[in-house]
Design a protein around this ligand. Structure first.
Ligand code: NDP
Length: 446
């Protein structure tokens, strides 16, 4: 089997040179899905995985815009339409200087499996730009978003491809993008998700990814007769996912001891309670400041510059910042310090060797494509509400989100149960694969 997987990866690698993040995501899936294909005749000989790793369409375009000093600036925009077997392309837009084809293809590939797991009819896509919103004024961000959408609008649509937010794309950016789409098409449709509640957005969408991660981890803990009460929880990131994961952990009785940004992390030994989290949300979302301000305000906290939080002892770790932020040395340190569970809030935050070690040591490990699927799931619910021209209440959306996270957990258990251990990586990959593969076979070679 090892040889078969290697030969598949060699073939994909040749076609996708200089795309390390994409190959990392493909490798993780291939290692669990190829053995499954060989055990299940209906998938054998269909070259489904080979078809899945090839995007249905990749769009790359120039985004020219004028900054506040009246200088002409040029960025690159992308949309990867990866797979539409089970529904229109769906996945976020990322604005970050390290965005390139490899990063977006890894995210779009992961999105196929994640969207399939949600039980909702959504295909996989992702997009974005190497534009850095940090340090830009609101009007610069608006001009950039308008220029970006002036090209993107011809490739997307409410039944074709429905982008959303991701790193660097929050409610402000979604607003500017939606405004420009509406102006160009003269149509008010659910073409983007993550919209403001007064103009077609869903309640609970901002909270959904963070809440969903915590609901998923709660289910994992339940398998071991454990819960969040009095657990020390280390979170990385301080953006959308991290903030609402922290809020939900605290409401379930856990103690959040760390959060971070790309400059460093804060350790608050007394815990980041609801009031302190409100302050953190203000500095990150409104003032657009650095997390170090938190330690200036609260004496119980210490700031560690240019460091990640994984050397601090905790019971549960929730990486919620970015890809490859939790490495082998970090996994070793977490295990040594008694960590029992790692739940990915970000996409692919844990490196492959770190995942292997966590699984080998039988630490509960939730891959992002399962545990962070709550965001896209509520995006799917936003699309449903847009089509119905109707809004569900907070309670209705939250209970649907919980139900979906339970379903995803059940699927992982179904396909990932091993002797005395649930391998959630294997479970999520196979469960996500099966639904898409069945649809691809039914639809013929296209
Ligand atoms: P935000 O932009 O709101 O926040 C990102 C956070 O991560 C910030 O604290 C940022 O720090 C930090 N960060 C970004 N890049 C790096 C880096 N290279 N090194 C260290 N820290 C970094 O993004 P989200 O919270 O939306 O997304 C976080 C992760 O969750 C991403 O992997 C995303 O793909 C994933 N995700 C998001 C979903 C959503 O609904 N938003 C859905 C599913 C997954 P700083 O403030 O300094 O930039």
């Amino acid at each position: 089997m090892h040889k078969i997987v290697k030969s598949f990866l060699d073939e994909v690698g040749k076609r996708n040179q200089n795309e390390p993040e994409f190959m990392q995501a493909v490798t993780e899936v291939a290692e669990t899905v190829i053995p499954y294909i060989y055990q299940n005749e209906i998938y054998y000989g269909q070259n489904i995985l080979l078809r899945m790793v090839e995007p249905e369409r990749v769009v790359s375009f120039r985004v020219a815009w004028i900054d506040d000093q009246e200088e002409i600036r040029v960025n690159r925009g992308y949309r990867i339409e990866m797979n539409s077997a089970i529904g229109p392309y769906k996945g976020g837009l990322r604005f970050h200087p390290n965005v390139n084809l490899s990063v977006l293809k890894f995210l779009a590939f992961e999105q196929i499996f994640k969207n399939s797991l949600t039980t909702l009819p959504m295909g996989g896509g992702k997009g974005g730009s190497d534009f850095n919103p940090k340090g830009k004024t609101d009007t610069e961000v608006m001009r950039f978003c308008q220029s970006f959408m002036t090209e993107l609008f011809r490739h997307i649509g409410p039944n074709r491809d429905i982008p959303a937010g991701d790193i660097g794309v929050g409610s402000r950016e979604i607003g500017y993008l939606f405004g420009q789409y509406k102006r160009l098409k003269n149509e008010f449709t659910g073409v983007l998700t993550g919209k403001g509640v007064s103009w077609g957005g869903s309640l609970i969408r901002p909270e959904a990814t963070g809440y969903g991660v915590v609901y998923f981890v709660e289910k994992m803990l339940e398998q071991k007769n454990l819960n969040f009460k009095d657990k020390k929880v280390s979170i990385s990131g301080s953006g959308n996912v991290a903030q609402y994961a922290a809020e939900k952990v605290t409401s379930l009785g856990g103690k959040v001891i760390t959060m971070s940004d790309s400059s460093g992390f804060i350790l608050d030994k007394d815990g980041i309670d609801a009031e302190k989290l409100n302050f953190l949300m203000k500095i990150k979302n409104i003032d657009r400041e650095r997390i170090s301000k938190y330690a200036e305000k609260f004496p119980s906290a210490t700031y560690f510059q240019n460091r990640t939080p994984w050397r601090v002892g905790c019971d549960i770790a929730l990486p919620c910042a970015t890809q490859n932020e939790l490495q082998l040395v970090d996994a070793k340190s977490l295990i040594k310090n008694g960590c029992i569970c790692v739940g990915e809030g970000a996409n692919m935050p844990t490196t492959s060797d770190a995942i292997s070690l966590l699984i080998e040591k039988k630490i509960l490990f939730a891959p992002g494509k399962a545990s962070n699927a709550g965001g896209v799931a509520v995006s799917g619910l936003e699309m449903a509400q847009n089509s119905l021209r109707y809004n569900w209440s907070r309670e209705e959306v939250d209970s649907k989100l919980k139900e979906i996270m339970n379903e995803i957990h059940n699927s992982c258990v179904k396909y990932g149960s091993e002797k005395n251990y649930i391998n959630y990586v294997k479970g999520a990959n196979i469960a996500g694969f099966v639904k898409v593969a069945d649809a691809m076979i039914a639809q013929g070679v296209v």
